[in-house]
Design a protein around this ligand. Structure first.
Ligand code: FCB
Length: 482
């Protein structure tokens, strides 16, 4: 969506009684146990072990050892009063090579985890894919035909098979599912900018990956519907860019349009409207043969109806025409890189929305969250959930062992206020999943950036709720902001 300017905010702070108060995590960022019980490497195992790709050479080998400590982590969630928990399933743990039969021990882990959640009254929300493609699908050891990762069409079909296998195993206990997490990052940071696994830098491959992620999503929606009880809710989680032009000048509006096309509509178009917009196809026609890429029937498959749209929001995106004086270096959101994650728009200039920044260098602007929710509500009319929102700050442990993180609490308060504003404006927002429960492996930044409301000591793996966790717990207890 392109948003010109923030609206005037209302003062209402109402949340519906059934609102899901959650936190979110992802498998590779927390689980560890990367070589246990039959798990095979994912593209993130290989990428993080490649020198120079991740800060400090950090990897997810041990991460938070959640694989063994999940009971403790569920207990923490219960103590905080969370009503819901969004986690991801590691594809290479449940189907190690990305094809063929399931690894029962891998599935058993998620059965234990979900049993534990349900026993504590916490509703599980499962994400099928949070970036950890089995390496065997990226570079098959036998050189077989399924190689090539998401730029290869076959990966979409493998994903649907995996969805079936997981839904059959967990469908009796998980009723809300998300197919993909942030396919923009998978396609454009993974295959365009190369700052995420698998680290490839080819704009055409990035666009191919986007289409095959879309196709994989649609096929997986079909697979989930076939395997799950009819009451199950199926969603996708998108990091829609709240694109704001620097000015109303035509060239800045054009820059915003281009970023909206390749940042947002490349996913919302096929998934929610059954089409790729003409301007996106034109902007990228010199890079990829769309007619060859999009087969007959693909758009119908991709646009299978979903029940819920997940929005991941961190900051707005301010853009201008390339020639603008004072332009800043490109910001990719998840680290620099020499190649562009914006095929067809790689000369657009990016600007900070303001200089109130988190430790990621991301500007704090909660109006972007209400704008995005309201824009999605108006455009698609779907129920929504905030499937991620949160902030990294330089947390320090006080001598008494506590972590005072007033900046995070202020961030969360402001963003929950923005959710309440969107609800007051008519958006049907069903839940909020705070990123993240625990400090964790923040992709190319390694363990340097702490997003958790629970502090993790990486030497001892001891978990300590921060002050923001206590605050969030109180919000949940009251059912909203005061
Ligand atoms: C999102 C990712 C999540 C985490 C947060 C900070 O883009 O989905 O895994 O890295 O950013």
């Amino acid at each position: 969506m392109t948003v010109a300017s923030p609206d005037i905010r209302t003062a209402r702070r109402a949340f519906p009684p059934a609102f899901a108060w959650g936190t979110a995590t992802a498998a590779y960022q927390i689980e560890g146990a990367v070589a246990e019980d039959g798990r095979a490497p994912s593209i993130w195992d290989i990428f993080s072990h490649t020198p120079g790709k991740v800060a400090n050479g950090d990897t997810g080998d041990t991460a938070l050892d959640h694989y063994h400590r999940f009971r403790e982590d569920v207990r923490l969630m219960a103590d905080l009063g969370l009503t819901s928990y969004r986690f991801s399933i590691a594809w290479p743990r449940v189907q190690p090579t990305g094809r063929g039969p399931a690894a029962q021990q891998g599935l058993d882990f998620y059965r234990r985890l979900t049993d534990e959640l349900l026993a504590h009254g916490i509703t599980p929300v499962a994400t099928l894919y949070h970036w950890d493609l089995p390496q065997e699908l990226e570079t098959p050891s036998d050189g077989g035909p399924a190689g090539g990762g998401w730029p290869a069409r076959q990966t979409a079909y493998r994903f649907a098979d995996y969805a079936t296998l997981v839904a059959e195993a967990l469908g009796d206990r998980v009723s809300t599912w998300t197919t993909l997490n942030e396919p923009w990052c998978s396609a454009f940071l993974g295959y365009g900018a190369g700052v995420h696994a698998p680290g490839r830098t080819d704009p055409a491959d990035a666009l191919r990956a986007a289409h095959h992620l879309n196709l994989g999503h649609g096929l997986a929606v079909g697979a989930l519907r076939a395997a799950l009880p009819s009451a199950a809710q199926v969603a996708v989680s998108l990091n829609l860019h709240v694109v704001r032009p620097l000015s109303e000048r035509p060239e800045d509006l054009a820059a915003a349009r281009r970023i909206d096309a390749v940042g947002n509509r490349v996913f919302t178009g096929p998934m929610l409207k059954g089409r790729y917009d003409e301007d996106l196809l034109e902007d990228t026609a010199h890079l990829v043969d769309w007619d060859g890429l999009v087969h007959d029937g693909d758009l119908a498959e991709i646009s299978r109806p979903i029940d819920l749209l997940g929005l991941n929001y961190y900051n707005p995106t301010v853009v201008s025409a390339p020639a603008d004086a004072g332009r800043l270096p490109r910001q990719d959101g998840h680290g620099g890189g020499q190649s562009s994650p914006w095929p067809g728009a790689d000369d657009v200039a990016f600007h900070l929305a303001n200089d109130d920044l988190t430790a990621m260098g991301w500007p704090i602007d909660p109006t972007g969250l209400s704008d995005a929710l309201l824009a999605m509500h108006r455009e698609f009319g779907l129920p929504l959930m905030v499937s991620e929102n949160g902030a990294a700050f330089e947390d320090t442990v006080s001598p008494d062992g506590t972590v005072h993180d007033p900046e995070r609490t202020a961030y969360l308060r402001a963003h929950l206020g923005a959710v309440a504003d969107a609800i007051a404006g008519g958006a049907d927002v069903r839940g909020y999943f705070l990123w993240s429960l625990l400090d964790n492996f923040e992709w190319a930044y390694g363990y340097d950036k702490r997003f958790g409301i629970v502090h993790v000591d990486y030497d001892t793996l001891v978990r300590t709720p921060k002050a923001s966790a206590r605050w969030y717990s109180e919000v949940i207890r009251r059912g909203g902001l005061d």
